[in-house]
Design a protein around this ligand. Structure first.
Ligand SMILES: [Cu+2]
Length: 345
């Protein structure tokens, strides 16, 4: 018995030694790593806007290179800190991602939707320091708004930052287009609901051409709940086999020409229980009363197959002209829609 105990003890001792050595190596590596990150210049001073008053989140953006040029790959690192300056690392996965970045050009024609998980170079150690990185190539020079969406156990945050992109290739002027039926391009999924490139609307770079019809009230008033219904078809046939994209039937990014914010919201499938719940209580999806245990807590579950209709329920805060970008999925194609609406007082 004693011999066995001794054996056990010596195995235990060896185990402890190995674990300790491993810890020393890991801690040493982490220290080296953070010293390196710390020495790089931080790009503070960007305006951020916090939609939640209960908790606070600061987002500083570091760009590499520091001057962004059209057509050049750029590394964007968002440094998340709380009111006391401590890194925010307890982000919850919502809509299948830990952090969502929407990039939208001032002319409301270029959009990107990217996440740290979309890149193989994802740096988990840096994320332990509240630093989340995405890669993006801005296709044209001009001003862009970046919307960063994250969720913690206590709150949801939407922060906005602006970047100016230099370069010869200037973005086109804003065009007011209030058509309610449009051709929609499909972009082949890069795997796992990823599409990491910028999409310039109507540039014809997509492979398959779909058709989208959007039904909205004739007059849309600021501050009033609006129901907008989309109908999708391909080759004249209604699409009945749309599939979820990032845990939602459809993602929306709603931006006004003021470029003063981005509403990142999600569509529902008409006739479904969660859609009906939304009809009765339009804010149902945004309440945090029920513990958000899954990424589905926004608007309930998304059916595995649906279509051809998807509904958007939203409220436009002010009068103005808004672009409603939409993103959804069919087979391996990620579809981007854009419809402009005018909102009155
Ligand atoms: Cu996202």
């Amino acid at each position: 018995m004693q011999a066995r105990n001794f054996q056990f003890f010596s195995i235990f001792q060896t185990l402890v030694r190995v674990v300790c050595q491993y810890c020393v190596v890991v801690i040493g590596f982490m220290m080296l790593f953070f010293v390196d990150i710390g020495s790089a210049q931080e790009h503070d001073g960007h305006n951020t806007h916090n939609v939640d008053n209960a908790a606070s989140l600061n987002v500083a953006l570091r760009m590499e290179p520091q001057t962004i040029s059209a057509g050049a790959p750029t590394v964007l690192t968002f440094h998340l800190t709380d009111a006391t300056g401590e890194p925010v690392t307890d982000l919850m996965v919502h809509h299948a991602r830990v952090l969502h970045v929407l990039v939208i050009s001032e002319n409301l024609q270029i959009i990107g939707h990217i996440h740290p998980e979309d890149f193989e170079s994802r740096d988990i150690l840096a994320e332990l320091e509240g630093k989340y990185t995405v890669h993006f190539t801005f296709p044209a020079s001009g001003k862009y708004i970046l919307a960063v969406d994250v969720m913690t156990a206590d709150a949801e945050f939407a922060e906005y930052l602006y970047v100016d992109v230099a370069g010869e290739e200037k973005m086109a002027d804003l065009v007011q287009d209030f058509h309610r039926e449009k051709a929609v391009f499909g972009y082949t999924d890069e795997g796992g609901d990823r599409y990491t490139k910028a999409v310039a609307l109507n540039d014809g770079s997509g492979a398959l051409i779909y058709h989208a019809k959007m039904e909205a009230p004739e007059r849309i008033k600021a501050g009033e709940m609006v129901h907008i219904t989309y109908h999708f078809s391909l080759d004249g046939e209604p699409l009945t086999d749309l599939v979820p994209f990032l845990d939602a039937p459809m993602h929306f990014a709603i931006v006004s020409t003021r470029l003063d914010g981005v509403v990142h919201t999600h569509g529902t499938v008409p006739g479904r229980a969660d859609a009906n719940k939304m009809m009765k209580d339009p804010h149902a999806g945004h309440k945090m009363e029920e513990a958000p245990t899954t990424a589905h807590q926004h608007y309930g579950t998304t059916p595995e197959k649906f279509g051809p209709a998807v509904m958007l329920m939203t409220t436009f805060p002010e009068a103005g002209i808004y672009q409603i970008f939409g993103q959804l999925k069919h087979a391996d194609q990620i579809l981007w829609t854009s419809f402009m609406v005018e909102v009155e007082n």
